[in-house]
Design a protein around this ligand. Sequence first.
Ligand SMILES: [Zn+2]
Length: 443
Amino acid sequence: MKEFSYRGFMLDSARHFIPMEDLRKLIAAARICGMNRMHWHLTDDQGWRIEIRKYPQLTAVGAFRGRSVFGEASRTENNSGFYTQEDIREIVRFAGENGMEVIPEIEIPGHASAMLAACPEAGCRRTAYGPEGEEKAGEPWQYAVKTSGGIFPNLLCAGKPEAVRLMEDILDEVMELFPSKMIHIGGDEAMKIHWRRCPDCRARMRREGLQSEDELQRSLVLEIGAYLAEKGRETIVWNDVLSGGTLPPHFIVQQWAQGEEATRVFLAGGGRVIHSDTRVMYFDYPYGRIDVKKIWQSPQIPDWAKGYEDQLLGTECPLWTERVTNLERASFLLFPRLAAVGLKASGAGNLPWEEFRSAVRNIENLIEETGLKGAPESYWEMTEEAAKADVQAEHDRIYSAEALVFEKKEIKLIKLEKTERLMEEIGIPEPLARQVGDYALRE
Ligand SMILES: [Zn+2]
């Protein structure tokens, strides 16, 4: 068993705001689990949580939202709020005292609705096509802090120099606040419907000879990554970015879902990877899908990383908070699963199950001394029946009648995105393809 240098967990303060006191408690408990990195997801469609002095509107607009629908999760609890720069410094200091490095994530180009609600000029100029295929300047898109979950086409414009400058200005302040060498700039789930319609994005593609919007995303990431590298920082991105082509080895890729082949190519080119497989490490998923025993059973080195063990920095367990609105729920989902991952990351995964389980018990006892409570033992090794019931309960929480309405809209957009990609692939002329898409987008 290998001992990983990177033993991380991720907190999402965007979907639901995590109060300062709760952050301190979670960090202290994560330390007990052996974690040494906290990835802090600070911005998303549903909230911008970090004060940026140069752009006060980012928090004045982006940190607030009204009644929200994330399935049956609370409509009101911790929807709004942000961290002042003083707060951020305090968390970085507190985490440091607990042996934990804090890695901030400012997510682009997707998951940027809250950012664009505050700074709409950094979004795309959308251009629709008229019936004769002529270009028609579209209305500026109405950005808003989203009050439901999902994937949205609200992307930072890759073609406007002022949009790139906005991101660089933000990162300047982020670098002042976070001493960590690594900075995460997101890159997952970027639906490119707007990019396809934006004259500025298309102009950049022409200028750089890019064949697809995925290549455009890669180009944007290379540009921001170069900016960070100039200042001595390293850039982390979600593995989705690799669909536009591989990245140079000074990038770090966080592998979460699919695209393993591209990640392997990236490793072959000398890149480093953080392992966050949804099937074992996504702790917003119920215990019915990932119980403690499953973590114990899972291979420490995934197949796609075999042969490149030294470039696998370690593991990270994200806690996305669409349906995690308070400390009690966060503790239940994180602990003791994080303890199990910590044990494995430190090389203790070879222990027989009973010994592993009692090591987890010991850590959970220490966590409970801090006042937090993890899931009871009945969730650690679930029977098939109990697991099924737990997954069903989570399903019912997610798919409330209200949430289904939002999901329908999302599915429609995802289908459109796929259709447009397909039309591109089979060589349907752009104006015609866009016209079909515009027609489907109407209503
Ligand atoms: Zn654009």
